[in-house]
Ligand binder design. Structure first.
Ligand SMILES: CC(C)(COP(=O)(O)OP(=O)(O)OC[C@H]1O[C@@H](n2cnc3c(N)ncnc32)[C@H](O)[C@@H]1OP(=O)(O)O)[C@@H](O)C(=O)NCCC(=O)NCCS
Length: 165
């Protein structure tokens, strides 16, 4: 798994407005749609059991954005495997739902949950070529902390990024 995420105020200071989309915790029945988003957005294929087992580690850290019909349109999977540190393992929004503030809502809610758990830092990994995600993370206060050579299965380098909470 490779991925992301902050809580810096958005430019202008306003919170994202995401009409008709709400956030809730992951449920096992989300797996097929979440896996489709992962395949399309992240080009990865994971066994359904992985999502379920990761959700059990910190249920409040696996956030899903759903349509009014409760269909997932984006998600952020965060874990807390290191003391005081959260890590964003996967973060993606369905391509037809991007640039509507859903990613921002997921990120800001994840920061709230992380602070509520007394975490002090959040880390993530991102492909060096993923300019959209790097810009997004930078806007949310993440900075590059390391270059991960050959980190991805196709040999691409990754950046580790982090921000304090
Ligand atoms: C990164 C990603 C999750 C962001 O999700 P998103 O829902 O599009 O995020 P937002 O809508 O909150 O913000 C995206 C951009 O749209 C802009 N935006 C947000 N709401 C907007 C609106 N109503 N109208 C116009 N633009 C808007 C934001 O300012 C932001 O611009 P910026 O990043 O240039 O500053 C999404 O691009 C994605 O799924 N990418 C593919 C998967 C991926 O790369 N994941 C990260 C792997 S590490």
């Amino acid at each position: 798994m490779r991925c992301i995420a902050d809580t810096a105020p958005r430019p202008g200071g306003s919170l994202p407005v995401v009409p008709a989309v709400r956030l809730r915790e992951f449920r096992p029945r989300d797996v097929p749609v979440v896996a489709d988003i992962v395949a399309d957005a992240l080009h990865e294929h994971y066994d359904a059991s992985l999502y379920v087992s990761l959700s059990q580690q910190w249920p409040q850290g696996f956030l899903v954005a759903v349509s009014p019909l409760d269909r997932p349109v984006g998600f952020l999977l965060g874990v807390n495997q290191v003391e005081f540190e959260g890590r964003i393992l996967m973060f993606a929004v369905d391509r037809d739902h991007r640039t509507q503030g859903i990613g921002s809502a997921l990120m800001e809610t994840f920061f709230e949950r992380s602070r509520g758990r007394r975490l002090r830092r959040v880390t993530l990994e991102v492909r060096v070529s993923n300019a959209t995600a790097i810009r997004f993370y930078t806007r949310y206060g993440f900075g590059v902390t390391d270059l991960l050579r050959g980190y991805y299965s196709d040999g691409e380098n990754g950046y580790q990024m982090a921000r304090d909470l």
